[in-house]
Design a protein around this ligand. Sequence first.
Ligand SMILES: Cc1cc2nc3c(=O)[nH]c(=O)nc-3n(C[C@H](O)[C@H](O)[C@H](O)COP(=O)(O)OP(=O)(O)OC[C@H]3O[C@@H](n4cnc5c(N)ncnc54)[C@H](O)[C@@H]3O)c2cc1C
Length: 474
Amino acid sequence: MFDVIISGGGPTGMMLASELRLHKVDVLVLEKDAEPSKAVRSLGLHPRSIEIMDQRGLLERFLAHGQQYPGVGHFAGITGPPPTNLDTAHGYVLGIPQPVTDRLLAERAVELGAQIRRGSEVTNVEQDDDGVSVELSDGTRLRSHWLVGCDGGRSLVRRLLGIGFPGEPAKTEWLLAEVEVTTTPDELTKVVEEVRRTHKGFGIGPTGDGLHRAVVPAASVAEDRTSTPTLEEFRTQLRAYAGTDFGVHSPRWMSRFTDTTRLADQYRVGRVLLAGDAAHVHPPIGGQGLNLGIQDAFNLGWKLAAEVTGWAPKGLLDSYFTERHPVAEDVLTMTRAQSELISPEPGPQAVRRMLTELAKFEDVGRFLAEKTTSIGIRYDFGEGPELLGRRLRDISLSRGHLYGLTRQGRGLLLDQTGKLSVRGWTDRIDYIEDVSEELDSPAVLLRPDGHVAWIGDKQNDLLRHLPTWFGSAS
Ligand SMILES: Cc1cc2nc3c(=O)[nH]c(=O)nc-3n(C[C@H](O)[C@H](O)[C@H](O)COP(=O)(O)OP(=O)(O)OC[C@H]3O[C@@H](n4cnc5c(N)ncnc54)[C@H](O)[C@@H]3O)c2cc1C
């Protein structure tokens, strides 16, 4: 009997496994593929995900494998001047191919003691009052108290639960590959610039290791979207859009993706939950899917661990849905808007020209940056100061920096008054008496995901709020 079984060992599943292991939860990750995928879908991490890596002590590993790009991303390829004083210590995009992100997250989960079984495909899930029964394709049956479907956009777990997945089906499909080319670099650049004047959904450029990443719209939406495109299909589409196939050959991998946009209408049924692409799919424009999945896992991990450990207050686990569903809804809005803005039709092009002008205004740039990077997220914790419900950025303290104190995934009371106490909750919350010039609140209570759950200087008020997030005193 496992505490938690995670179906799907992508970035969401691995991040969740690590978060659960920080609380000594017994976790098994079941991944159907025997080997990790070579396909490079995501190209990088946004500031909020970089912050998360810092909060858990993984930043150095990620920085060592990635490249920092100044700025905070783009909106449908529209970039204005980067907004000043963005509320983060990590105001850059970290370029890092998804297979590397996936590997680093898997290594971390294993280090923390998660069990990972590759080549294990979940084929059925049934739940009762006491737990969940999971069946694998080889007939193995397993049992756990909880199951989380992190099994991607075509999630079997979501379908077995009968969770609604409303949204729009694919209108367009793209072919994506890493290939070798015979065209000279100058000629390639010239052609790409010309085609991209009208077709923003087309591109081909060097990966840095001798190959080229190519993306081109497909002729139609394939019936079986899991099927690998042929090189001939690729060449035909490149010729249709660019007048040349660039002499593409020897692909490292090829795949297809679409602009399907859907959002699960529940993230939990009984003892089974969903996270990542299993809960939401959208076109990759803006590069938010993997970031969103990692952040789902970061929100869910400590709440599910609290449930398993037995101290979860009523409603804590359900706050995973009430907090994260609106965030995903927002990302879907952003990607729908961006998909329109890359259309070559005159209407969307006119809106694009206007938005290009608007993006030059500081406030517009800031609004878009806070959305794409997720640093603007504010959960609804009720009335209170502006910081309440937001995650606190990394700040300097006399004993180091804040994120350096959050490695274990526990709650934290940062007390600048020296008068407060978390006695009764020290098994769940760290108490830090320190001061920072960057914090103008007397004391803040941080949840394990770094969001500010309480601000104040009165012990009585603190005691009233502690149980909401951390359960009864022990
Ligand atoms: C072209 C493209 C570019 C992208 N670029 C970006 C980007 O720049 N930035 C960004 O943030 N996101 C990007 N994304 C999105 C990103 O790739 C996904 O959002 C991310 O991989 C989702 O992670 P996940 O773990 O939720 O799901 P997945 O990565 O899909 O992982 C799900 C895992 O579950 C396994 N699985 C499925 N079914 C079963 C089963 N029955 N039993 C056991 N295991 C199962 C699968 O094998 C898979 O390993 C891009 C996507 C595409 C297609």
